[in-house]
Design a protein around this ligand. Structure first.
Ligand code: MHO
Length: 243
């Protein structure tokens, strides 16, 4: 009897395994992107309007390892999307300083929103959409101030409203706001193997495709990703591991 039972269990496992084998993998593990120890990632936080868009804008760039949307710049403890108090919708950018630097991130910041619109971006109006460069130390404050002056000299018709302030607490937003643009695109989600939420939030590839999905990457990057996707579609293998 025990033998029969054992055979049944083995057979069941074999069938289950087979079923698993023919399924498109649910998840893939990404190659580790963190720099070797001694070369820690750096973090920058910016507010430039609706954070769905802000995250997409920064995710496009090589050297950006992770993006997270959240709330910063206010005093309310534990803000949430429906009650964020005096915080601004923000994006936290974790980057490898060997590949991209704060200066370049500042350029992306200025070119990706209208810093002269008072407390809003387009139809999104309110203090949660204000423009802020959060800094971590005097060198970043100096670079931010120089870049703001440069931006102001481009036109004297209106004022650049961007605030520069020392970063306090960054509160990550709810999961449904993370990689929002990518999540609206089931095709791309499938293409990277339907990563579980936790991996999606930490993935460099997801950060990049989030920008691609929103068509907010620079044209060269959009084209490069297009080419990679077309190649995979031609081959018929649906997992995209890197772009
Ligand atoms: N106008 C946008 C704002 C969203 S953003 C996360 C919308 O509600 O669709 O604030």
């Amino acid at each position: 009897m025990a033998y029969v039972l054992l055979t049944l269990v083995v057979l069941t496992l074999a069938v289950a395994d087979k079923a698993h084998c023919i399924r498109v993998p649910d998840r893939i593990s990404e190659p580790a992107r963190d720099p070797p120890s001694g070369q820690p990632l750096k973090t920058a936080v910016f507010a430039l309007g609706c954070f769905w868009r802000s995250e997409a804008v920064f995710g496009c760039f090589n050297g950006v390892v992770r993006t997270t949307v959240g709330y910063a710049g206010g005093s309310k403890l534990n803000p949430e999307y429906r009650s964020l108090g005096d915080h601004a919708e923000s994006v936290q950018v974790e980057y490898d300083p060997r590949l991209i630097n704060f200066r370049k991130l500042l350029e992306v910041f200025w070119s990706s929103h209208d810093s002269r619109q008072v407390f809003g971006q387009g139809p999104d109006v309110g203090i949660q959409y204000r423009s802020i460069i959060f800094t971590n130390g005097t060198e970043e404050s100096r670079l931010a101030a120089i870049s703001k002056e440069r931006e102001q000299t481009k036109s004297k018709i209106s004022l650049v409203t961007t605030q520069i302030q020392q970063l306090g607490t960054f509160y990550p937003a709810e999961p449904e706001h993370q990689k929002f643009e990518l999540k609206r695109n089931p095709f791309l989600l499938q293409l990277i193997g339907n990563l579980p939420e936790e991996e999606l939030e930490r993935s460099s590839l997801a950060a990049k495709l989030n920008g691609y999905a929103a068509v907010l990457c620079p044209p060269t990057i959009q084209k490069q990703i297009d080419a990679k996707i077309n190649d995979i579609m031609r081959k018929g293998w649906p997992i995209l591991r890197e772009v």
